[in-house]
Design a protein around this ligand. Sequence first.
Ligand code: HDE
Length: 699
Amino acid sequence: MTDRKQEQRDTVRADDPTNGPLTTDQGVPVDHTDDALAAGERGPTLMEDFHFREKLTRFDHERIPERVVHARGAGAYGYFEPYESCAGFTRAAFLQDPSVRTPVFVRFSTVQGPKGSADTVRDVRGFATKFYTSEGNYDLVGNNFPVFFIQDGIKFPDFVHAVKPEPDTDIPTGASAHDTLWDFVSLQPETLHAIMWLMSDRAIPRSYRMMQGFGVHTFRFVDVNGHGTFVKFHWKPKLGSHSLVWDEAQECQGRDPDFNRRDLWNAIAAGEYPEWELGVQLVPEEDEFAFDFDLLDATKVIPEEQVPVRPVGRMVLNRNPDNFFAETEQVAFHTANVVPGIDFTNDPLLQARNFSYLDTQLIRLGGPNFTQIPVNRPVAPVRNNQRDGYHQSAIHTGTNYSNNSLGAGCPAVSGADGSAYTHHAERVDGAKIRRRSPSFQDHYSQAALFWNSMADWEKEHIVQAFRFELGKVGALAVRARTVDELSNVDLELAREVARGIGVPVPQGGAEPGRYKSASPALSLEAQRGDGSLRTRQIAVLVTDGVDAEQVTSAREALAAEGAVVEAIAPADGTVTGSDGQEYQVDRALPTVASVLYDAVLVPGGPVGTPAVASDPDAVRFVRDAYRHGKPVGALGSGVGALTPVVPDAVHVATQNGSVVADQGVVTDTSPGPAQSEFLQRFIRAVAEHRHWGRPPVRT
Ligand code: HDE
């Protein structure tokens, strides 16, 4: 997608506070901001230069503490609308009327790395949504995995310390491949299910726009009669869930560390608004104990095959923030921000979160008035007797206590009209104990459920991920202990991992086939979305003499499908096509790489193999695209450009002039414009996203 920043820079907004002449914070006009006031041209700077001192002081205070987890993020505004009334199970106002759009702000994030870390690291992604509802703000603070690493929030500091950079070296940044994390994992089998997700391609999403979101905990819906229903929340992206491959993700960290945030910003700026469907899994309270796991255990999913996900509405993100700090950095989520009709359960992880989020905002945003910051401000009216504190910007008048008669009793508690939040009247009875429930003790069967549900290529990627991560662990005992734990999940998985990391191959463990169940919905294969090409980035490699008809016909057909096509040449500027016309180049080859694209197309030229075939950068481009399973198309003499890269098994089939689509390598040696049959095949190959099981590259 082309960069839209310049368009934005060129638009001067009337409400921009920096429009007009320069002033100090006190509004005093400033005529000179390039030299400090000094006693003579070479003399000392004078204390009385209030503009200089104010400018530097303000600069010194620009930073606030970054989030202790989820520090790196990107956000956007949009709206949510329900498909139909959900009155049957919740009274939440924003889930009642399909004609009512509720504004939202969403922040996506990685967890481990600091604010300046790369986007495409192996990590969980945060998916936090603030609904500005008519009944107050509701925050659904979820992740792109449906399960978490621990069961009780009291372990959170331990887990986060273990995964964060090690305290002596501050290494690694944005990575989990290090001793302390795996030491923790090997000693804490409750982590295993989430670890399976972390080792899967879910941990390296292609785009924030192409990942699922999950509320993780079991929450509770409450209807107007006070009747409760357990609920798990799901976000499903319209474009489907797609991931990178690990090698590509690593290269992206250097080629474009902002890969995911740029993608989100550019898509919205281009009017390609990302969309998710909100789905709910509903469990009647009577069925609380109908499962072979505990609904309060956040390391478990309710398999979709057991309780289907019921779509209840859609969310569209259609506006980029104007100021990263003011909005994306200062947005403050809190799991306890709920509205009437949504309540908690006794999930001990959720209970801990209900304490932690407010606490963290107090330190991060410097006091209790952060709800007055525009991005956090409810659209519902706020009236109470909470007063003063750092950064108070409201000017309260009248009384500040309740009950009062001097202030006409205001603000009075609501009650009679039934609009107030009432906590679900769950009966609670128990001795005060510190003990994990026996119903939380099975840590292996759902880790195995996940493994059993994977396609072969997903399994292969998981094994490779374990080998990479554990291969970076220095303590061999930790490697071995982790493999032992894995053998309780699946013996073959454990053996495969062990073979790659130099530890004894386990002989015992979960006997093969012990855990048979699978949930096909957990595989990325089941989450392909609408199968469209919208916003897929396609590189067309061009040089002087390129067949103009081929480029134009392919470009038009792909753009009509919603793909973003970029012409990439050895240098910026223009190339001269076979028709003698000049064609604009979108990017110069040295500034890009195939990891930044979803597919590549090599058109030909009227005289023999195009020059790209001998350009090492272009050869690398095609080779990497092929290696990463991406669709590769070639036309006319461009097919020859594949020869140095694509092995015979795929390539030979293209020699007879016929159209061939093999493992997403789509070629047509006939001259002239791209034929519709070729285009259809190439479009299908791109819609597939990736093609697994290709023979290795030639070079
Ligand atoms: Fe968080 N988490 N978390 N977390 N979390 C934070 O709040 C915490 C957990 C999640 O974009 C912090 O404002 C505890 C699960 C997201 O601003 C902090 C526990 C899930 C975000 C915090 C958990 C999440 C956070 C840090 C275990 C998925 C980023 C900064 C009991 C369901 C929100 C902040 C944003 C952020 C605490 C576990 C998701 C410290 C104590 C499970 C998406 O309050």
